[in-house]
Design a protein around this ligand. Sequence first.
Ligand SMILES: [Zn+2]
Length: 452
Amino acid sequence: MMRGIHDVKRAADLEFVWSRLCSRAGSSGKESDVRVMRQDERAIQASGLAGVNLDLMRRQNLASVLSAIGRRGEVSRTNLVAETGLTRAGVASLLKELHLLGLVEERGVRSGDRAGRPSSHARFTDASYVTISVEISVGTVTTVSRDLQRSQLSEDTRAVDKPSDAKAVLGLAKTMLHRTMRASHGLGRHLLGVAIIAPAIISPDRRRILSSPALGWADIDVVSEMELDKNVVIVVDNYANFAAIAESVSAPAVHLVHVQAGEGIGAGTAFGGIVQRGGGGFAGAVGHISMDPSGPPCTCGRRGCLEALANFDALLRRAAPDLAQGRRSAMDLLGEVAQRARTGDARAIDGIVETGRWLGRGIGSLINIVSPSIVKIGGYVPVLEPWVLSPVIEEARRGVVVPDLGGCVISASSPGAEAIELGATLSVQREAFSAEGLRNLRRSHGLSNSVT
Ligand SMILES: [Zn+2]
């Protein structure tokens, strides 16, 4: 309800009055202060700023403080004031509320020279909330729970007999999710939200799988299948987009592409820490770039897509064909291929190099289209980096229309397989700590519509 704020002057007036409100709220909380605050609220209404939602402004300020803490891990009150533009008393008031919500704790930190009082640093608490991610891959479902500081609390992986049976796979995912929720609840933790990770093209509202050639699924309402309370934050996205979110944390001002080279191949593009989804929402379906119209069949029904030539199955068929028919997990098989390459197995090394060349050709096309500053590659690439990265870069370099990849730096994804699941946790935190998400959190603590 921001219809009262149409111009900069009005917004500036509001911020000024709001800052006063926060300052008062941060002082004593005495009856006289509350009365003065009520007068200020009436003054806002009387000054033609009717329609302003004070609760929304409060939530926006809370969101700014949470965002600063999320970015920096631990941050002093002085830096919070500098980063948010709020008054010191305003920040104190907001931190008080975030403490009441169980989200933030403060501790005294002494600077190098031991003179003076320790300064107060705020950080997320590690005992109150849990975020659960559910990863659906070809052959397994995995749940992982993490606290607000993104430390892992639990992990559970189950095998899936028939990955294409969406109902059975999602039924298993739901059972595992609810089991993890019950276990967290038993430890006194509140559920902050849930992320569903799938090798799929996701609807722009991040609730449905539009298509997953790797799983053989189309048009599935994943959120409904999880049977969660409607107030629970839940985000659905694919490997590449979640990984791009995680990687953009360390390079927020950079135009970054994460290419996920696993069972499927997809790309997530982030700029300013935000994933670029395009008009239809399926930007980054780079795995289905046509590389060779007479090439091998692809899961999407066409032939010679990048995915058919350079996904993990293609790698396995070239590098270790004897393993291709097995029922071992992908991580297990990948470890075996790496081991063979380490021992100098010529077939394994040649297979890795050829697959890397195909991947590099695809990435070269992607760089021509997107012109990113950084390309990070996940999936099998971090594990096979010593053999696969050079051919990828060499072929990409050949394909990019300007010299030296146009300044783009290609490397293996640094956090490895964890990037995806960390990005999922970050996405849930972003939703839950947005002005909109904080509405439910405050309501559940009886803080709605207050300026405590
Ligand atoms: Zn395809």
